[in-house]
Structure formats: C-alpha cells, structure tokens
Design a protein around this ligand. Structure first.
Ligand SMILES: C[S@@+](CC[C@H](N)C(=O)[O-])C[C@H]1O[C@@H](n2cnc3c(N)ncnc32)[C@H](O)[C@@H]1O
Length: 166
C-alpha cells in the first residue's frame, strides 16, 4: 500500500491517527534521513506505545504529536502527504479535522484515506466502520480538496487520494 503512494525521499509525511505506529516507522524508512514523519494521535496510550515502537525500530526522523478531536496540530503549509489508515470514519468532527489538515498541506500536497469498502457487503467489518467512495467525496470535496484517484488493489479497503486543491 505504501509503495503505491510513490512517496519521495525527503518528504514530510503526517500519519494522522497513527495508533501504535504500524505505518509510521515504515514511512520513516521511505522518506529517509532527509525527510520526516509526523505521527499524530489523540490517545496518550497510543502515543506511548508508538514511541516505544519507533525506538525499537531504530528510526529517528519521527516527530510525535498529540492532537485534539478537531485539530491535529500540524505545521501550516509544510506537509507533502497526509496518510489516514482506518481513521477518517472515527473523526467526531471531520470537517474541522480536514480543514486543519488542508491548511497543513503544501499547495501540491496530497491526502490519502484508507477505508473499508462500504460498497462491498462481503467485507466483514461492521457498517459503522466502512465508508463508500461517495461518502468520502461528498464530505471532503466541499472543503476544497480535489479528488485525484482511487487505488482498488487491496482486498477490503479503498485507497482514496485527494490533492489539497490550493
Ligand atoms: C483503527 S486505529 C488506526 C491506527 C493506524 N492508523 C493503523 O493503521 O494502524 C484509529 C486511530 O485513530 C485515532 N483517532 C480517532 N480520532 C482521531 C482524531 N480526531 N485525530 C487523530 N487521531 C484520531 C484513534 O485514537 C486510533 O489510534
């Protein structure tokens, strides 16, 4: 999944809702020493486990950030790519989160949402935790994001990519 995003070395990537960091340390290796991963979550317990995991993985280009349910506290205009894996559907205030995420993106920056396919009844996940492409597009595009593409090679999830549209 990460390889399909064609992330360049030296990029600044934000892993929003990073959890215990499964994607964080992999991203850290992709962007390399000239790049940085900002790993953000709202749960202190997740961030504690994430810090242990990135230490154990031996990566030192990760900045750990505690956000709030409305703001991921990212630097303004400095992020090349925002990744959210199984996260967007959990937001209690998606419009505020996405407005702040858009502010954090560079003009050519991208946001990538990975969500379980609501369109496919065979995906064995509770409906509450699934999203359709139309659900996502109808919520995100009015905030200024431009739909770029969907990658459909994962068995259960869509990879939905937008640009900042600035
Ligand atoms: C299902 S986990 C996914 C973790 C990680 N992305 C992964 O793929 O392993 C969802 C995460 O989203 C976080 N989350 C929920 N609402 C959030 C918000 N408004 N801002 C940041 N993180 C949030 C939760 O704390 C949780 O760690």
């Amino acid at each position: 999944m990460l390889a399909s995003l064609e992330i360049k070395q030296g990029s600044i990537v934000a892993d929003i809702g990073a959890g215990v960091g499964y994607h964080t340390w992999r991203l850290a290796r992709i962007v390399g020493p000239a790049g940085k991963v900002i790993a953000e979550d709202i749960q202190e317990e997740m961030l504690r486990m994430l810090k242990t995991n990135i230490e154990n993985q031996g990566v030192n280009n990760v900045q750990v950030v505690r956000g709030t349910p409305t703001n991921p506290n990212l630097p303004e205009g400095g992020v090349d790519l925002v990744l959210m894996v199984d996260v967007y559907h959990e937001f209690s205030d998606p419009a505020s989160m996405m407005t702040n995420i858009r502010k954090a993106l560079k003009p050519d920056g991208r946001v990538v949402l990975v969500e379980f396919r609501k369109e496919d009844p065979k995906v064995p996940i509770q409906p509450l935790h699934k999203m359709s492409i139309q659900d996502v597009r109808s919520e995100i595009e009015p905030l200024g994001f431009k739909f770029q593409k969907v990658l459909a090679f994962l068995p259960w999830q869509h990879i939905i990519i937008f640009t900042a549209g600035k």
